[in-house]
Design a protein around this ligand. Sequence first.
Ligand code: ADQ
Length: 478
Amino acid sequence: MGSVAAEDIEQRELVVVANRLPIEFDEDSGWRPAPGGLVSAMEAVLRDRDATWIGWSGRFEDARRQDVPPPPAGTGNLQLDEVLLTKAEVEGYYEGFSNGAIWPLYHDAIVPPIYHRTQFETYRRVNEKFARRTAQAAPPGAVVWIHDYQLQLVPRMLRMLRPDLRIGFFLHIPFPPAEIFSQLPWRRQILEGLMGSDLIGFQTKDGAVNFLRLVRRFLALRPGGDRVVVDELSGTRTVHVEAFPIGIRATDFAELAASPEVQARAKQIRSDLGDPKVLMLGVDRLDYTKGIDVRIRAVTELLQDEDLDPEETVFVQVATPSRENVEEYQRIREDIELLVSRANGDIGKLGVTPIHYLHQNMPRDELVAMYVAADVMLVTPFRDGMNLVAMEYVACRINEDGALVLSEFTGAANSMHEAWLVNPYDIDGMKRSILDASRTSPEEAHQRMLALRHGVFEHDVERWALDFERQLEGRNAR
Ligand code: ADQ
């Protein structure tokens, strides 16, 4: 097979299906682009092409009075197609089954997954809603790209309704080993749902291998390499299962980082914080998978024991509010806030606050200014599909300095070998690495950052999307 020019692929009709539309409603500014991992990843791919994005807008179908106006029909070349959900559907499908069962299960069951039969039933019904909507909206022969763990039943449902479509599915979060996945009461349905795809993409090879093992065990199919042949009434069909590690639009971050405004803002941030010798930074959605708590513990101990000088070190943790209706998220927020206030109470002095904690969303340029300002970036999840924050930090280090401390349990660690890799369960090991990273010589920091930047710019999000799409159309010579 020959290689395919990027322009050919961009001519194709593309339908993206995701839990949320890439916009959200704000009281003051109305509809605006939504923040978050998936949105920042896909934004770049959709920028210059005709496509439809199907997803929930955040509006409730059964709200007695709709305070929120309908979303726009599109932005630029992107058509927006709203799926309306009821309050009960959002509770059962999203907060319940997706975030109470699948999310913890797929992240190594760090907190116990909760299985409710009624919630799975709602998940199934909502997946059906998405499948029907997509079946209506997709032009004949279109390429449909379904995203993430909330919609794992959609591929099979959609194939039944529209066998003419090319169906791809990408999972943004980890896919767990059989020992963990097998506890799911609806494991068969989930596997069959995903197998409705022509292509199933995972962040890592481990995820793909885990999936193939499960298909063999529970669906009695025999994968050959990364392919599985499925017998259907209409004949046989081949499902490809592969790793497609996601990236970021690195040049966008680098350009923003180089702008005079952001450079000035970064200086201002450092000066507002008292011009510390070492500025450490954490940026995460407030989620129990991200290891924010262990990171704060490690830094606190280092400051307490004065391995790090509390007068010359500042740690800033930015935590985006997330899934605030789910109980475990309320708990982790309380834990983190207690840790921060205890640490500052114990180590702080009048005019000296070693740990700054911001529980808020940040505009992109402010976030980039933080990355530019920080000497050491702490990314310590217990488990993470990829982790874009680690890559964003690296892309913003235009002077090729700074140090990244990265959990080995992130997908990103598979390619970012020059980071200070840590096991977040080993607090002493993590303390040693944080210390080492903050005391590293400029030469070593430079060498490591140079290599990291090479990887992040080489494997950017456009390449990820193009790779996935080529493979989905069976035109990739990989
Ligand atoms: P997330 O779990 O959301 O993504 P991550 O990959 O780190 O995690 O992406 C977070 C995004 O949100 C980044 O682009 C970051 O810049 C942005 N962000 C974080 N805090 C912010 C703040 N306070 N204000 C504004 N923006 C903020 C899921 C998976 C990951 C996977 C991605 C993409 O869990 O493993 O890498 O999808 O596939």
